[in-house]
Design a protein around this ligand. Structure first.
Ligand SMILES: Cc1cc2nc3c(=O)[nH]c(=O)nc-3n(C[C@H](O)[C@H](O)[C@H](O)COP(=O)(O)O)c2cc1C
Length: 211
């Protein structure tokens, strides 16, 4: 199979200035609900892009855990590469791609830490093993081996004797306050729909981009 021969038609739906929502968050909700109803695997997975110390953009998947008109929340380790990058430059982008729905959404926004109560509440809602893993993992630091992590996991599990670990101060959420959204719907003949919402003052403007 030659990669250059791989292509498909996009016929699932359309998005236009008339049928798109007044606000981008309503439009996001409609598409996210569609993706969840369609049981798309990892529908809440999004690429988070930040800019590293070396000036290179860095992309990785994180899971969206909450959203409203004020922002999009995910949880992570504040000392990870993404945490350090956001500390230096809070401008990030989020990217969803739902292949089955022939849709992508790009969001630009400003990341800020959620308050400790929000972080603790979510931390303790996770399975205990996940809490322990988060507590022993200095995410994105170099480790000597897998054994090293497994030993640390076993040691803390024993120490806790069935109790939950504390939420580490280095672990918590970020909320990304959006300033721009682009909704992309694949269409026939590669004439895709691209609807952009941009915040000017307190108002969301809508425009269409060429595919
Ligand atoms: C499906 C999926 C979901 C993930 N969810 C998260 C998440 O919610 N939070 C997180 O910190 N890392 C998550 N990861 C791991 C990240 O992609 C990444 O490896 C990790 O956060 C370290 O990134 P960094 O070194 O750029 O900071 C997920 C990975 C995958 C593939």
């Amino acid at each position: 199979m030659q990669l250059e021969d791989i292509r498909r038609d996009y016929k699932h739906a359309e998005l236009n200035e008339e049928n798109s929502s007044k606000t981008p968050i309503q439009q996001f909700r409609t598409w996210m609900d569609n993706a969840l109803e369609a049981n798309i695997t990892d529908a809440t997975a999004m690429s988070l892009v930040s800019v590293g110390d070396d000036g290179f953009p860095q992309s990785r998947i994180v899971l969206l855990k909450d959203y409203d008109e004020n922002g999009f929340t995910f949880f992570t380790n504040y000392n990870s590469q993404k945490g350090k990058a956001i500390e230096k430059d809070a401008k990030v982008s989020l990217h969803f791609y739902w292949s089955e729905m022939e849709r992508q959404i790009r969001i630009s926004g400003i990341a800020s830490k959620t308050n400790t109560e929000v972080s603790k509440k979510y931390f303790h809602s996770r399975p205990q093993q996940s809490q322990i893993a988060a507590a022993i993992s200095e995410q994105s630091s170099v480790v000597p081996s897998r054994k090293f992590l497994e030993n640390a996991f076993t040691k803390l599990s024993k120490q806790l004797e069935g109790e939950n670990p504390d939420c580490p101060s280095s672990w918590g959420g970020y909320k990304v306050t959006p300033v721009k959204f682009e909704f992309w719907q694949g269409r026939e003949n590669r004439l895709h729909d691209r609807i952009v919402y941009e915040k000017i003052g307190n108002r969301w403007t809508i425009k269409r981009l060429a595919p």
